[in-house]
Design a protein around this ligand. Structure first.
Ligand code: NAI
Length: 416
């Protein structure tokens, strides 16, 4: 355990907060886990308590390294137990991705926090300059962003963002703890919307979603294409939407839309399509509720997998997509995929080339160098190669020839 960090608190016991609390407990710290008071139940700390209970019963990839660690997570709520924060050295905020709600919470934290206590946000997109606007200097000096990835125990990346007022000592304390005790790799990012991974990763997801709908592709085809052939996880695009949570994505998009300048290419893909809205209306939020772009049903004891049909918005039985590629794990499969003489090949080229081109335009805005961007995408999205490594793999001759042939304006990509 690091000197200076004896006790922590996590506020927000949702997908991320509960797992972050569990992982801090895995490192040996006691940690309070607070959420709002739910309506209509006797237990005012039910949200945090049931979150810990759920983590204890996870069938795969358990959040706790040992079930006993759960005893170090103390559930509470932000109405009755905010005074507990007086005794902690580090508060991690992991509540809903809305600036107004986060700032309202910070004001309450400020009333009870001890002056040395470090506060960090797990925000996916909101710049630190926005989060700390209007907050007292003492808060800003002790505030940073620690952006964990999902699931926090196993994803190796942590993006760290400091502001002009953030004290160097607190960055060191938190960076040491996260590196040595939580076992994460740190990438320091500029204070820009979406930092590195979500700026590129959400562009990637949205570009694929829009193109899949436009070209009338199935979600199985898309996920088969934009996964193994690139050396990326088999969740592909739609499996990843399900993992992140469909309800979170619109908040991330709104935040990127609000923060990025008008000319940013992200805006072309920022619309939430009707099929996605329909899913939200029907409560299909992804893995957290069992139904998203994919769902598993049990019929007579047998598991049946369904997929959303992007054209109708309804479920139909999952159909395995077969890709005729030479080698689905080596780097040669990337070119083979982009060269497929089919709608799927044209789709893959469009999404890959647009994303590489977008990434090329982000240096030095979002990170000090290309290597940090590649490392962040490898560790945060589990890509085999980051965008600049992919550009290298494809080779400038190949890219030039294709870009010339397609008459596309992807000049940034050729200037890397
Ligand atoms: P979630 O919706 O699963 O959980 C949010 C929790 O915060 C809920 O339990 C809610 O009741 C609670 N909450 C809302 N307002 C509150 C308040 N004023 N005080 C106390 N609790 C409050 O959200 P999720 O996905 O865990 O996201 C939390 C944060 O982590 C967001 O900033 C998100 O952008 C970020 N994040 C999410 C990732 C993901 O894959 N879901 C990955 C990385 C970051």
């Amino acid at each position: 355990m690091k000197q200076g960090l004896r006790k922590a608190a996590v506020i927000g016991a949702g997908v991320m907060g509960a797992r972050i609390a569990a992982h801090i407990a895995n490192a040996g710290l006691d940690v309070y886990l607070l959420d709002i008071v739910p309506e209509g139940v006797d237990d005012r700390s039910a949200i945090a308590r049931s979150a810990v209970d759920r983590l204890l019963h996870m069938p795969v990839l358990p959040a706790f390294t040992h079930p006993d660690n759960a005893r170090q997570v103390i559930p509470g709520n932000v109405e009755d137990h905010l005074h507990w924060l007086r005794g902690v050295d580090w508060i991690v905020e992991a509540i809903v991705e809305r600036l107004d709600v986060k700032q309202a919470l910070y004001k309450n934290i400020e009333e009870v926090r001890n002056p040395e206590c470090i506060v960090s946000s797990n925000t996916s997109t909101i710049p630190l300059s926005e989060l700390t606007r209007g907050m007292p200097q003492g808060f800003a000096r002790n505030f940073l962003i620690t952006h964990f990835f999902n699931p926090p125990r196993t994803m190796r990346l942590l993006e760290i963002i400091r502001g002009p007022m953030t004290r160097a000592e607190i960055v060191r304390t938190i960076a040491d703890f996260i590196d040595q005790d939580l076992g994460k790799s740190l990438v320091e990012c500029s204070d820009t919307p979406g930092f590195i991974c979500n700026r590129i990763g959400v562009f990637w997801l949205q570009c694929a979603l829009h193109e899949a709908i436009r070209l009338n592709l199935s979600i199985e085809e898309v996920d088969a294409a934009l996964s193994r052939p690139l050396g990326n996880p088999k969740t592909g695009i739609f499996g990843l939407f399900d993992l992140i949570g469909l309800d979170l994505i619109p908040h991330i998009i709104d935040s990127l839309k609000a923060g990025l300048p008008d000319g940013d290419p992200f805006h072309a893909y920022s619309k939430i399509p009707a099929v996605y809205h329909n899913m939200l209306d029907r409560g299909y939020l992804g893995r957290k509720c069992g139904s998203g772009f994919y769902r598993i049903r049990r019929v007579d004891g047998e598991k049946i997998s369904d997929s959303i049909d992007l054209a109708s918005g309804d479920y139909r039985q999952t159909r395995k997509a077969l890709l005729e590629l030479p080698d689905q794990s080596g780097s040669s499969s990337l070119r083979a995929l982009l060269d497929l003489p089919s709608e799927l090949g044209r789709f893959a080229w469009k999404v890959v080339s647009e994303t590489l081109n977008y990434s090329a335009g982000l240096v030095p805005e979002v990170a000090r160098n290309l290597a940090d961007i590649d490392r962040a995408m490898r560790l945060g999205f589990n890509w085999r190669a980051g965008p600049f490594e992919m550009t290298d793999q494809l080779g400038i001759d190949y890219l030039e020839t294709r870009i010339r042939r397609d008459g596309k304006d992807l000049k940034g990509l050729l200037n890397v």
